[in-house]
Design a binder for this molecule. Structure first.
Ligand code: NI
Length: 186
């Protein structure tokens, strides 16, 4: 089932999400719905707060970046209860977008390499390192479970320049190609 994606301005996007265990109700169904919702919106990542659930769950399918990095061809993963343990290297710019911010893209600086612990969909604990675009998408989704969105990471000046666009997203006066739930529109 395709779920509505929560737009910027909704308090759930500002909240630090909580851990879950295997007893979380209907988890498999939620994961299936989130994949369907993400693909329907042509996204490469989706975090549970973006469908209104304040839990530490996100998923990534980086295969659309195969041309840039051939290793990403089969990069499809679920991250539960993730904790970024370390971020290293010299910060680099990457043009990010977010399904909660239709029609908005901004360059964001982040470090290129991360070490992360998480549980997979079988609740097996893993610790792995990622770099490049994979790390970038993980960092963006990980921010969502900590209540941070990508426009929090741009300069105040840049944020002022996109103020009208942000207001339009809050009010829902935008036209995404997928179903959304806006902060100030029923
Ligand atoms: Ni996002």
């Amino acid at each position: 089932m395709i779920l509505p994606i929560v737009g910027y301005g909704n308090p759930v996007l500002k909240k630090k999400a909580g851990e879950i265990d295997q007893s979380y109700p209907n988890l498999k169904e939620l994961i299936d719905d989130m994949w369907e919702t993400m693909y329907n919106a042509s996204g490469v990542g989706l975090a549970a707060p973006q469908v209104g659930k304040s839990i530490r769950l996100f998923m990534i399918d980086a295969s659309p970046f195969e041309d840039e990095e051939p290793d990403l061809k089969d990069f499809k993963k679920i991250f539960i209860n993730a904790q970024i343990l370390e971020e290293t290297g010299e910060e680099w710019l990457f043009n990010e977008g977010c399904l909660s911010f239709p029609d908005l893209r901004e360059d964001v600086m982040r470090k290129p390499k991360i070490r992360i612990s998480y549980q997979d969909e079988n609740f097996e604990t893993r610790e792995e390192e990622f770099e490049g675009i994979a790390a970038r998408i993980i960092q963006h989704e990980y921010d969502h479970i900590d209540g941070v969105v990508f426009v929090d990471r741009i300069s105040p000046l840049k944020r002022r320049l996109i103020k009208n666009k942000l207001t339009n997203i809050i009010k829902g006066t935008v036209n995404p190609a997928y179903k959304m739930k806006f902060a100030q529109r029923k």
